[in-house]
Design a binder for this molecule. Structure first.
Ligand SMILES: [Zn+2]
Length: 280
């Protein structure tokens, strides 16, 4: 353990270009950290799923210390210091044991106080500019997924706060901004895998409501009388399907075509809930 400490010290000193004089002026302290579940994705391999000691100077906040390790604060739901739930502003003194749990931890940790007064369980999303396909998939399954190709990071964060939306992004930089309260960093690049990831990690299978939202504009869609849309769509489609839906915002017309079936099959692999839902 002593050797390990020395190793950390060396690398820390190199990084901050400290001179021996600085060392005398600023006492180096250690706390023991342990990160749970998907928070390990942000850490180097040797720190995965194990306790490790980490050095710091002075009395930094637990938030700054954790962010300096590469874990964005938005991924965190709960921090226990020596078994007590603390806020992000809690200052470290050295010698404590710090346990850090992710936002979407599925273990029952309800008896302890969470960092956020109310979790955003009424799931609404805002997606960054590279996630247009994922936005369409989420809408297809009924999720409120705000997305526009020309939104910049500031706009996305503003809307996330104003409308209580979870930011979905592949850009860790967005989630590290201090204003952000709810965000999820996607591990996958492929849109279908991203959809699977979001559904699994956020445990959303019970919230699926296929055919309630417009894939193009995120507006609500409602079932319409077939006669009403006569003349507005291809006659072959009109003949072949009995049920039609229409977006109340952009007026786009929907029916349960092959694309919808393909999509349901894909998602259905991961959830018996969905099979139940689509059979209704
Ligand atoms: Zn629409």
């Amino acid at each position: 353990m002593v050797d390990q400490e020395r190793l950390y010290l060396c690398s820390e000193n190199r990084r901050k270009r400290l001179t021996p004089t600085d060392n005398h002026q600023r006492k180096i302290r250690f706390a023991e950290f342990r990160f749970y579940e998907e928070l390990n994705d942000f850490l180097p391999a040797e720190q995965h799923k194990t306790s490790f000691r980490s050095p710091f100077y002075g009395h930094p906040s637990v938030k700054d210390t954790i962010q300096a390790m590469g874990v964005p604060h938005t991924a965190i739901d709960l921090i226990l210091v020596d078994g007590q739930s603390v806020n992000f502003s809690h200052r470290l003194r050295g010698g404590e044991r710090v346990a850090v749990y992710p936002v979407f931890e599925r273990l029952d940790i309800s008896p302890v106080i969470h960092l956020r007064p109310r979790p955003l369980r009424r799931t609404r999303f805002i997606l960054d500019v590279h996630l247009g396909k994922l936005a369409r998939y989420l809408r297809m399954l009924g999720f409120d997924a705000a997305y526009k190709r020309d939104w910049d990071d500031v706009t996305i964060i503003d809307l996330s706060l104003q409308q209580q939306r979870i930011i979905l992004t592949r850009d860790l930089g967005v989630l590290k901004q201090s204003r952000v309260t709810h965000g999820y960093w996607l591990r996958h690049v492929d849109p279908q895998q991203q959809l699977q990831e979001v559904l699994l990690e956020l445990d959303l299978f019970r919230q699926l409501q296929p055919f309630t939202r417009c894939m193009d504009c995120n507006g609500r869609i409602h079932q319409v009388d077939k006669a009403v849309i006569s003349g507005q769509i291809d006659p072959v489609i009109y003949q072949r399907f009995r049920e039609f839906w229409q977006c109340q915002d952009c007026m786009k017309i929907y029916w349960r075509g092959s694309h919808y079936d393909r999509m349901l099959r894909q998602v259905g692999k991961f959830s018996r809930e969905l099979h139940h839902h689509s059979a209704e």
